[in-house]
Design a protein around this ligand. Structure first.
Ligand code: MG
Length: 270
């Protein structure tokens, strides 16, 4: 099931995407569905995707992200492959949806980079869970762009601004429920900028698997329904290119993950 949040007319709805149609649900948000199966109520109303403005699929309570989780990507930035997951947080206020604009001020950063990533949506409270059971806590999967201001990342020495600026965490367009993705370690992931392929990877190449990451994170934090984990990006980021390439005013970034869909955002320098 592909779940999304959207606006049609002046109202916000949650629905199930089916081709170019949306089956409207009687739900305020997707998190409600995580808390009670009984919350799934069909209204019988069909909306057209073409008439809908897609919103972020959810508002995460927290976003935990993993750096350097693909060996090839660690290498391209001259970093060693980590021996344990490199964990950081992204501010939930950075989240935007499919079709929204990634924007930044020219005097804050001039090195804005793309990072296409598989995002895991937690569906059940998880604290100190085992690797074997970790996937039982997953509600579904979506796509993230872990947009990164490389100059701030270097200068600040930690990543709160670099990855947490407003609009720097596009998520969506849908959350695909976990039953449709029994193996999250076998998905192709392709990032394009202005229709040119920049990243072409597979989640099979993660250093730390989704189930390992959930178990690891749950030892440090209580994971709650609606929390999101960004699992790291494959090789092919702009900073590693020779010469380096960055996003600019009007750039269009799209990230496609097998079985989930395509997340597209335009950039604007303000
Ligand atoms: Mg990242």
């Amino acid at each position: 099931m592909k779940l999304l949040r959207y606006v049609t007319g002046d109202e916000t709805y949650t629905g199930v995407l089916n081709g170019d149609e949306i089956l409207r649900l009687g739900l305020r948000n997707i998190t409600e569905l995580m808390l009670a199966d009984a919350a799934f109520v069909e209204t019988g109303i069909i909306d057209k995707l073409a008439d809908a403005r897609v919103l972020p699929p959810l508002r995460p309570g927290k976003i935990l992200a993993i750096g350097r989780n693909y060996a090839e990507h660690a290498r391209e930035l001259d970093n060693e492959a980590p021996s344990e997951p490199l964990v950081f947080a992204v501010l939930p206020s950075a989240v935007i949806g499919h079709g929204d604009v990634i924007e930044w001020e020219a005097d804050i950063t001039a090195q804005v980079d793309w990072e296409g990533e598989l995002a895991v949506v937690i569906g059940e409270r998880a604290r100190k869970v085992s690797v074997a059971e970790a996937l039982d806590y997953v509600f579904g999967y979506t796509i993230a762009n872990d947009v990164s201001a490389r100059d701030l990342q270097t200068r600040d020495k930690q990543w709160t601004r670099a990855k947490g600026l407003d609009t720097f965490c596009p998520l969506g367009p849908v959350v695909v429920t976990a039953d449709e993705i029994p193996d999250p370690q076998n998905l192709s992931i392709v990032t394009k900028v202005d229709d040119e392929v920049k990243q072409k990877g597979s989640t099979a190449d993660m250093i730390f698997s989704v189930r390992f990451l959930i178990a690891h994170l749950s030892r440090a934090f209580t994971l709650n329904p609606g929390d999101v984990i960004l699992t790291g990006t494959p090789a092919g980021v702009g900073k590693a290119r020779k010469p380096p390439q960055f996003l600019g005013d009007g750039s269009v970034v799209s990230i496609e993950i097998e079985g989930i869909g395509k997340l597209t955002n335009r950039c604007r320098v303000i």
